[in-house]
Design a protein. Structure first.
Length: 152
């Protein structure tokens, strides 16, 4: 995993800032509205804010290309990595039931739209059980997880 992170060292600050942004924007929603959201809705809203922040940071940045592959939204960081964003469990796994496409991504399977030598990374966030506190940003490559970022 250390080699994987060296390849994208220039993106590590963004990897930490993007999920935190999604969490903080959603945390600023009125409590009366957040109470109406299921856990799934809250995660989807945070995810949408993460993607918007990734766009703000990376659209037009040399070497960064956004792709939507049948609903799998990723960023290609030149030849170095392909990155997606997710809510994670403590051990760095995705919180949702993985689709076949997600399993293929995690295993590094070939997609015609993705560069084959690039490492596949999942950047996500881990929250406390009440989902009111951001514990940390995590980076995973096929279930090898690194805890990255400063707890808040």
């Amino acid at each position: 995993m250390e080699d994987d992170l060296r390849r994208v060292e220039y993106l590590l600050e963004d990897f930490d800032a993007i999920p935190r942004h999604g969490f903080h924007v959603y945390s600023d929603y009125s409590p009366e509205f957040r109470l109406e959201h299921s856990g799934r809705s809250a995660a989807n809203i945070r995810y949408d804010h993460m993607l918007a922040e990734a766009d703000r940071r990376w659209v037009g940045r040399k070497g960064m290309v956004a792709k939507d592959i049948q609903g799998l939204k990723v960023w290609i960081a030149g030849p170095d990595a392909v990155v997606r964003f997710k809510k994670m469990t403590e051990d760095g796994r995705s919180r949702n039931y993985p689709t076949q496409q997600e399993k293929d991504y995690d295993r590094g399977e070939t997609f015609p739209e993705l560069p084959p030598p690039a490492v596949r990374l999942t950047v996500g966030y881990f929250l406390d059980p009440t989902e009111t506190q951001y514990i940390r940003t995590q980076i995973a490559n096929r279930a090898r997880t690194v805890r990255y970022g400063v707890p808040q």
